[in-house]
Design a protein around this ligand. Structure first.
Ligand SMILES: *Cc1c(COP(=O)(O)O)cnc(C)c1O
Length: 434
């Protein structure tokens, strides 16, 4: 390694003394690509600037929230204006209802929304609610799907757990994990068998509508619909975890795109516009169980604070303004990028699996041509993380920042112009050669 990242390295050494692993969230440590993490000091539009003075076209976008790119003027202005009036009152504000109304307008299947502070809180609370509603204890999730770090969900989890190849986490009690059943993504037959055996005890199935924490794996046609049918047949709920896909794969998320009406929906990332926000939402009949409307307890000192609501409102309004033109442009850029990557792979004779929906994309370096990844088991089998690692660093040198792991999705913002995409593809062509 040269000194290109000298200041990042020094900052990382210092951070490691005081913060476990030097980071506050594991994937940031770059274990998935080797080397040490790049420390950033500034973001503007599609660009990120590192501590050593380099700039990068950013396809991580804080792992999804920054649908408008970095420091969008409307978001900066909304945050600054609200900050000057106070950041949190611990009391209701009009903004919470405003954001709830906008979310429901964009996702018409939702009737009520409860705001929390992260995606983790959203999934944890939605599962508590599903258990309260059904009076059952078991849940079913899919290998490689990540739903935040609540104990009961750290079973066969994706994201950092997949990147680091960790077994299920120590500290999770047998009791907490015992009620979590797992199946492979896209394996409806396995789901059917599990429900046949213990369907009467299952409160809910929780699923990412696109498995984007183990790379980028689309649901096979009929998979999500089949899940819902099986769950309902046994009186269980379907929870769609749209923390990542919400307002990203279409204005109405995956449910809007594919005409799904899950019983509960988890949101996060984009609805906070870069500030910490999550939400769980769904049918009124179910949400009415949440305290103080009902007996299921869930609370938060900073939940729904006006600063975060302002950032979320500004982000959604700007993205879907003007008949949704900014979002449509970002989507077109994502398609241009995915098509370009596919073409580069063909040109270079490198077997790739490329996917893109809305403003999200992902690609795998496959170990051989002709295979297709539809589950986490297949991802582990057919994907070559070392090749991705070399590609990642070659791109960093050329001013493009992808997720520092093969097992994460990529994101495009409204600030990514067609020129920025072409510049990215040119860098990728060089990186593939190198
Ligand atoms: C990011 C993510 C979460 C967790 O959200 P945090 O805000 O990191 O707690 C949950 N589910 C999915 C699908 C995610 O992508």
């Amino acid at each position: 390694m040269n000194d290109r990242y000298a200041r990042s390295k020094a900052l990382f050494a210092e951070a490691q003394q005081l913060i476990p692993g030097g980071v506050n969230s594991p994937v940031r440590a770059f274990r998935g690509v080797g080397g040490t993490p790049i420390f950033f000091s500034r973001g503007e539009g599609a660009w990120l600037f590192d501590e050593d003075g380099h700039r990068y076209l950013d396809y991580v976008l804080s792992w999804g929230p920054l649908l408008l790119g970095h420091a969008h003027p409307a978001v900066v202005e909304a945050i600054a204006a609200q900050a000057a009036r106070g950041t949190s009152f611990g009391a209701p504000t009009a903004r919470e209802t405003e954001l709830a109304a906008l979310v429901i307008q964009l996702m018409p299947g939702l009737e009520q929304v409860r705001f929390v502070n992260s995606g983790t809180e959203a999934t944890m609370s939605a599962l508590r609610l599903a258990r309260a509603f059904t009076g059952r204890e078991k849940i079913l999730k899919f290998s490689g799907c990540y739903h935040g770090h609540a104990d009961m969900l750290l079973v066969q989890a994706g994201s950092g757990v997949a990147t680091l190849g960790l077994p299920d986490s120590p500290g999770v009690t047998k009791g907490a994990a015992a009620n979590t059943l797992t199946a492979e993504y896209n394996d409806l037959e396995a789901v059917r068998q599990i429900f046949t055996a213990e369907g009467e005890q299952i409160a809910a199935v929780i699923v990412e509508p696109i498995a984007a924490n183990m790379g980028f794996v689309l649901p096979e046609p009929g998979f999500l619909e089949g899940l819902q049918a099986i769950a309902h047949q046994y009186g269980a709920l379907l929870i769609l975890d749209e923390v990542m896909t919400g307002f990203r794969v279409s204005p109405g998320g995956a449910q809007g795109l594919w005409g799904l009406t899950p019983d509960l929906t988890c949101l996060g990332k984009v609805i906070g516009g870069g500030l910490p926000v999550g939400a769980y939402a769904g049918r009124r009949e179910i949400l009415q169980l949440v305290a103080p409307a009902g007996p299921m307890y869930q609370a938060g000192t900073l939940s729904g604070n006006p600063l975060a609501m302002a950032a979320g409102l500004a982000t959604l309004r700007a993205a879907f303004d003007n008949g949704g033109a900014p979002f449509a442009a970002a989507e077109a850029s994502a398609r241009r990028l995915a098509d370009g990557i596919r073409q580069l792979g063909e040109e270079a004779g490198v077997p790739l699996q490329v996917g893109q929906v809305g403003t999200m994309f992902g690609f795998y370096f496959l170990t051989q041509p002709g295979v297709r990844v539809t589950s986490y088991a297949e991802a582990k089998r057919w994907v070559d993380p070392s090749r991705y690692a070399r590609f990642f660093w070659a791109l960093c040198e050329r001013g493009v920042y992808l997720a520092p792991s093969q097992f994460e999705a990529g994101f495009v913002s409204t600030a990514h112009t067609p020129e920025a995409i072409d510049q990215t593809l040119a860098a990728m062509r060089e990186a593939l050669r190198a």
